[in-house]
Design a protein around this ligand. Structure first.
Ligand SMILES: CC1=C(CCC(=O)O)c2cc3nc(cc4[nH]c(cc5[nH]c(cc1n2)c(C)c5CCC(=O)O)c(CCC(=O)O)c4C)C(CCC(=O)O)=C3C
Ligand SMILES: [Fe+2]
Length: 343
């Protein structure tokens, strides 16, 4: 297969106050998210002046990846398109067509399988190509990378660093909480023949990260940033409820590591550094949040390695035991049946 471009695929986020509501409406279109939840999340963005850090983080990653490609003789031009905010993927695909791109490799800013993390990016690609029409370039998404050393090692380094700031005398009562975005339980149960990619892969990443960070410290995998109507069950426990349970058990200090994400975007800065941190303070728990990869050099190298892996059809580099693939099997990451969902 010949590839002639690289495209970064991401979630998108507002960059000024007037962007916030239209961005949120794009995210929740057809999803049955109640207005009260939207109003709440609007306020989270307003705490940051209506600017999500995620777009700048994408620009920084794209710049670092471009430098990395150049240093390794990879001549692919780079593009960037989002699901929910400008630059929208459809506009990017139109530009790629104008530039004569025929088949690009896509890197999504999510390490995992699952509907929001994987399948929905394939749907974004299909919708953008349909919008652009004939001559729209093909885009092949690079594989899920939850088990790649370039993802696991930066997270492990961050957990180690966070643990290092805590009182060693309290290490026996210190615990690590790995967090990821909660999803509707229906979406998590909706497993293909290979199990549920999102939850199984997160459990594997938590294990791989902790084994490298501190195998003497206990850990849990918990969830954050629940959305949707209250009557619909989502994955639990929520990080805040988990902190309560830990305090009751006599835990004194917690390191929170957002392994569900690749950068410290708004759901990390608000839901962890504000909400969960406040919960910990109220409970008298020590609290340190471990960084996500961002533009960690090992993570940037990983993007280049994933591209090279695909360009030369190499076997996948993995620290884990779950199967990996370039192209998802048909029902790898099915959507949940959502109340109010369009399909
Ligand atoms: C699995 C997953 C990831 C990780 C994988 C990945 O990264 O792709 C993720 C990432 C993100 N989620 C983000 C923001 C939001 N997610 C929302 C809503 C939802 N997320 C969901 C799932 C996920 N989300 C789901 C099932 C919903 C319900 C609506 C629906 O069924 O689709 C809402 C609506 C309001 C609300 O929270 O209710 C917002 C604003 C941002 C941007 C942060 C920034 O601006 O910096 C990022 C990176
Ligand atoms: Fe998938």
């Amino acid at each position: 297969m010949v590839y002639d471009a690289f495209v970064l695929l991401s979630f998108g986020g507002p960059e000024k106050p007037d962007d916030v509501m239209p961005f949120l409406r794009n995210v929740v279109r057809g999803r049955g998210v109640p207005d009260e939840r939207l109003a709440e999340v609007y306020e989270h963005y307003m705490h940051f002046g209506g600017v999500s850090p995620i777009n700048q983080q994408c620009r920084d990653l794209l710049a670092a990846v471009g430098t990395e490609f150049a240093a390794h003789g990879i001549g692919l031009p780079s593009y960037w398109g989002n699901r929910n905010w400008q630059p929208m993927l459809a506009d990017t695909v139109a530009q790629m067509r104008d530039d004569g791109v025929e088949h690009a490799l896509g890197f999504a800013t999510s390490a995992y399988g699952g509907y929001s993390s994987c399948k929905q990016y394939w749907e974004d690609i299909a919708a953008a190509r349909e919008h652009v029409g004939p001559k729209a370039p093909r885009i092949s998404k690079l594989r899920q990378f939850h088990d790649h050393p370039g993802f696991v090692e930066p997270h492990a380094e961050a957990v180690r660093a966070a643990l290092g700031t805590l009182d060693p005398a309290r290490r026996a009562t210190t615990r690590v909480a790995f967090t990821a975005h909660s999803i509707p339980s229906g979406m998590a149960r909706n497993a293909g023949p290979t199990g549920n990619r999102y939850t199984d892969q997160l459990a594997e990443t938590a294990r791989l990260v902790q084994a490298r960070a501190a195998d003497d410290v206990e850990y849990d995998l918990v969830w954050q940033s629940r959305s949707g109507p209250p009557q619909v069950p989502w994955l639990e426990p929520d990080i805040n409820d988990h902190l309560e349970a830990l305090a009751e058990k006599g835990v004194t200090d917690v390191v929170v590591s957002p392994i569900g994400f690749v950068s410290d975007h708004l759901e990390v800065l608000w839901d962890l550094d504000n909400e969960a941190k406040d919960t910990a303070a109220r409970l008298g728990l020590g609290f340190v949040r471990a960084a996500s990869p961002g533009v960690h050099p090992r993570f940037v190298t990983m993007v280049r390695e994933l591209v090279e892996e695909r360009l030369s059809d190499q076997p996948h580099t993995t620290l884990g035991t779950l199967p990996t693939w370039d192209v998802c099997p048909a029902n790898c990451c099915p959507p949940a049946k959502r109340p109010g969902a369009a399909a």
